[in-house]
Design a protein around this ligand. Structure first.
Ligand SMILES: [Zn+2]
Ligand SMILES: [Zn+2]
Length: 1005
């Protein structure tokens, strides 16, 4: 204990130095005005009464705990923590062992399968698979014996005689030491540790945050200082122990934490630490006003400081505030600087912002917030300029990760909104392009239902969309853009009820009322289909809602959490993904099942060239995009993923059958160059039948060879081939064959009576064809056991392949009766004749050259893409894309053809909107609204944009592409000529095209 005289002196000094902090009587974010609005809303509105009732009900449990119990919940550096019981980074054996009893069986319950029951089963983990409970010793007793004079656990101080299996107390019992954990894990016969307590303790930190959040909320809603006291006890103790927290000693043992390989952090790895501290500091901000005149709080803290050796004096509000300001808030800023608190972009910036507002003391608060924006610090401006595309997504290619920046920066904007202590930055005004982030998930969701599981996202075939109507509504609040109001309304089941309710505002439902007005007059979501050229996703749709069919193709990022899956597609039909991506890998860490398989090229629906995975790139380029009612087509160029090839592009169609709501896909995959091509395609999990193939089963091994076992890490054979097993081959295949998948019942929403199938009709000659099975990650709930792959292989010098396939999803009975690939005598021409039930015949034409295309039956086309549908021998529909004429001998459809020209001028700033001036007079107004302009790109990004409207300016036209920017990065000496501030998606003088179309009859969509 500190002698009385000295402690008085310290107290006096503190009072002088920290007088200003001690005086702040409200949080910087949870201000007096916010609290009084909230409390009056809770009396005035039914929803407010309910929120208040819920908050007090949630907090009731914590009130039942004594002050001492809450204080003891917080443990310090010496109580170990890890996020996996057995993961060992440094072992030469298997990295993960699973459950001590049932082994890897537990992995089917996810990456973090144990959910401790802190109250019912303290210090125990129950295996969700075999129900075993570990550790076997009475750890609670051992824990008590190991508390040191500072009130913290120290395993080395504990009573070792308590370390035995409670069910086997006899010393001679062989199980006497089995499953016993002293905090550092049970060491098995192979010397591997099973860290039950450390995992439990990791989860316990979330439990502490649950307590802080529920107590903090109850205080906000009620103003009752009892909640503030209980919360403050936890926070004060946290501030005692937090400065010494260091993840590195545990990481150094090879233990697993959220550190992305840095091995640094505080309580845990540096990434998730950002979230822990954000919740700590936000909850501190909540209860600051409740610590005024709270004598019981200070007498308790004083009592603790007399009982234990604590790092700071206790007993007054000033001492409490100083302790938490120093031990928590200032530690957060320090941790951000040292990168011990550093997550994905947006995370640490939000943590520091939250801490800065909780501190609410100048000049520190401003200095910290300056850091959030400055290039040397959180670099918000740099991130916006270099990594945010015009769809509001970032350099991350997987949905969850790519939305993160938008969500987190909006949270930062929310914090700063109305904060008078800092007005230097207004994120939304400074970066207008940021607005698109509010509708990114909404736009990426096929049929408004499902977002494709691209890269490290979701799970195999998981139906999920990340759409949050609240978030979209917030976009409307910040930008006033009525498009966001419409999207929020539609995403919220065509209602504005409660959207963007601001419980802290005097008029909490102002935004909801505005959204209602706009949403009601706009109506429901129209039939979709659009190109997200910023993210790199093409979506075609046929029909609406759950009965609709959607084709998605991702051609964006293959870096970071994406997979090298350029031009991969998926098909959503009958409410399910029928060519599903694996989704999130087994573990997002280097291991063969991820590096060679789920996270590599061959597991995807794309073409694997020269036995090498694709290169990691920012994006491919779009060349054509057209969505008409019942007919859609796109062409995407992915050549950059395979440097050295002449061509690597995919043209895909989604065509409504014309008889009912069925639709089929045409896939033309063009690969020119290289000496080995494998077209890889897999359908849904299910029973496979084939027609046209003579398959011989390979005796054993995998696609990598008879002698190479399933799952062998890449070693002298192409990456991923060892994950394709149960191989059946046809070594002299025909030029046309069919494979049918009958979807397993139990796959996502599929039931036995559904009888859903997917057919692939291939119309390509290859040298050999293999069918094989490949397993998606087995530790994700709902993932299928295996998927059936088709691998079409060609080998030779200077290969030039066009893989032509028709993909037909159907229920009960196929609707396509026959398909013919028509010979046209010209390699540049591809023509298909597709016969369907009820006498419908479709002719689909693709022309990569300039010569007119002629088929029998007097059908001809001058152009790139043509479509003629005959119904009982009479033409019922015709479409011409980028062409001048299409004819069936009777009907003659003419068009001016593709629009081409040059860019004369463009907006070169980050604000002011995406305008382009082109070298010609285009139709004015919104005649070309929704059409896509494709500009020749200057760099890594796709330079194609949706046209909003056009105005003529003399001989030129000004094209408005909406509130976006063409800036792709900050200029460096390497990237641009001197004097330029930025680099751009494209440059002045670049060529452009606008896709033309003509259809008959005109659906005028
Ligand atoms: Zn088990
Ligand atoms: Zn993937």
């Amino acid at each position: 204990m500190i002698p009385v005289f000295r402690s008085l002196l310290i107290l006096a000094l503190l009072t002088i130095n920290y007088a200003s902090f001690a005086q702040r009587s409200y949080g910087g974010f949870y201000t007096q005005e916010k609290l009084s609005n909230l409390q009056s809303n809770c009396n005035k509105y039914e929803w407010g009464k309910k929120l208040k009732a819920d908050a007090t009900a949630n907090a009731a449990f914590w009130l039942s705990k004594s002050d001492e119990e809450l204080w003891t919940m917080v443990q310090g550096q010496n109580l170990p923590r890890t996020i996996d019981v057995t993961f060992d980074r440094v072992t030469t054996g298997p990295k993960i062992l699973g459950c001590l009893k049932c082994g890897l069986d537990v992995l089917q319950y996810g990456n973090y399968p144990y959910e401790p029951e802190f109250e019912k089963k303290p210090w125990k983990l129950t295996c969700p698979s075999c129900k075993s409970v570990f550790p076997t010793n009475d750890f609670a007793k051992f824990f008590k014996s190991a508390i040191d004079e500072s009130g913290q656990f120290d395993s080395s101080r504990g009573d070792k005689s308590l370390l035995f299996n409670a069910d086997h107390p006899d010393l001679k019992d062989p199980l006497h030491k089995y499953g016993v954990d002293d905090g550092f894990g049970f060491i098995d016969e192979n010397g591997r540790s099973h860290k039950f307590i450390a995992y439990y303790n990791w989860k316990h930190w979330d439990y502490i945050n649950k307590a802080l959040t529920e107590l903090g909320d109850a205080y906000l809603y009620t103003g009752d200082k009892l909640y503030a006291r209980k919360s403050a006890i936890i926070l004060d103790r946290l501030a005692d122990v937090y400065p010494a927290m260091d993840w590195n000693p545990y990481a150094a043992k090879g233990w697993y934490g959220s550190d992305g390989g840095t091995l640094i952090g505080k309580i845990g790895g540096n990434i998730w630490e950002t979230t822990l501290v954000r919740i700590f500091t936000d909850n501190y901000d909540k209860i600051i006003s409740g610590t005024v005149d709270n004598p019981e709080l200070y007498s308790f803290l004083k009592k603790q400081s007399q009982k234990y050796q604590l790092p700071s004096a206790k007993g007054t509000r000033a001492l409490f505030m100083k302790n938490v300001d120093d031990g928590l808030l200032r530690e957060v800023y320090k941790g951000a600087l040292s990168k011990k608190i550093k997550g994905n972009q947006g995370m640490h910036q939000l943590s520091v912002t939250t801490a800065a507002l909780a501190l609410d003391s100048q000049p520190e608060t401003s200095a910290w917030l300056d850091w959030v924006f400055s290039p040397e610090g959180g670099n918000i401006s740099g991130q916006m300029t270099n990594n945010l595309d015009h769809d509001g997504t970032t350099e991350e290619g997987a949905p969850g990760y790519t939305f993160m920046w938008g969500r987190l920066v909006t949270d930062i904007a929310d914090r700063l909104y109305g904060y008078e202590g800092y007005t230097k930055h207004d994120i939304i005004k400074e970066f207008p392009q940021y607005g698109t982030t509010f509708i990114a998930a909404y736009r990426m969701s096929a049929l408004g239902i499902a977002l494709p599981n691209i890269g490290d996202a979701g799970a195999t075939g998981l139906i999920r969309n990340y759409i949050d109507p609240e978030f979209i509504a917030k976009g409307y609040r910040y930008t006033g853009n009525p498009e966001y109001a419409k999207a929020a309304y539609r995403a919220n089941n065509n209602s504005a009820e409660g959207l963007d309710r601001d419980v802290f505002a005097r008029d909490p439902d102002r935004i909801s009322a505005e959204i209602k007005k706009i949403g009601e007059s706009a109506g429901t979501r129209p039939e979709g289909g659009y190109l997200m050229s910023g993210f790199g996703l093409a979506i075609l749709e046929s029909g609406k809602g759950s009965s609709g069919i959607a084709l998605t193709n991702n051609y964006g990022r293959t870096i970071k959490h994406a997979h090298p899956d350029m031009l991969n597609f998926d098909l959503f039909a009958f409410g399910n993904w029928l060519a599903p991506d694996h989704g999130y890998p087994e573990y997002a860490t280097p291991m063969p099942s991820n590096n060679d398989w789920t996270g590599s090229t061959i597991s995807h629906n794309t073409v694997f060239v020269n036995e090498q995975p694709q290169k990691e790139i920012w994006s491919g380029y779009s060349r054509i995009f057209k969505q008409l009612k019942g007919f859609g087509v796109f062409e995407l160029d992915g050549k950059k993923a395979y440097p050295g090839l002449e061509t690597y592009k995919r043209t895909m169609f989604l065509i409504n059958s014309g008889v009912d709501s069925n639709a089929y896909v045409i896939d033309l995959f063009h690969v020119d160059g290289g000496k080995d091509h494998v077209y890889s395609f897999h359908g849904p999990p299910g029973v496979i039948t084939t027609s046209g193939l003579s398959l011989t089963a390979q005796k054993e091994g995998t696609y990598a060879g008879e002698n190479i076992a399933k799952g062998t890490g890449v070693n002298g054979f192409p990456r991923g081939y060892s994950f394709l097993y149960n191989v059946r081959k046809d070594l002299s295949p025909p030029g046309q064959f069919m494979v049918d998948w009958k979807v397993d019942s139990g796959y996502r929403t599929i039931k036995a009576e559904d009888n859903v199938h997917l057919r692939m009709h291939s119309l390509t000659q290859s040298q050999d064809i293999a069918l094989a099975d490949g397993d998606p990650p087995q530790n994700k709930p709902g993932n299928p056991k295996k998927l059936g792959y088709v691998l079409m292989h060609k080998k030779g010098e200077k290969l030039n392949s066009t893989f032509v396939s028709v993909i037909e999803p159907y229920k009960n009975k196929p609707f396509i009766t026959s398909i013919k690939r028509l010979t046209t005598g010209n390699d540049e021409h591809i023509a298909l004749q597709i016969e369907q039930i009820n006498g419908v015949i479709d002719y689909v034409m693709y022309n990569s050259g300039t010569k007119e295309m002629k088929l029998s039956d007097n059908i001809s086309m001058s152009g790139s893409i043509g479509f003629i549908r005959k119904n009982s021998n009479k033409t019922s529909k015709a479409v011409l894309i980028n062409g001048t004429s299409i004819s069936d001998g009777v009907l003659n459809l003419k068009s001016a053809g593709q629009i081409t020209g040059k860019v004369v001028d463009m907006n070169e700033e980050t604000s002011g909107g995406g305008w382009i001036i082109v070298d010609q007079k285009l139709p004015e107004g919104d005649l070309l609204k929704g059409e896509q302009i494709f500009v020749t790109a200057a760099g890594d990004r796709d330079a194609s944009y949706s046209i909003l409207d056009i105005k003529n300016e003399g001989e030129f036209s000004r094209i408005n592409c909406g509130p976006i920017s063409f800036v792709s990065g900050t200029a460096t000496e390497q990237t641009t000529s001197p004097g330029n501030k930025y680099t751009y998606d494209f440059n002045k003088g670049a060529a452009f095209t606008i896709t033309s179309h003509k259809e008959w009859p005109n659906t005028n969509q």
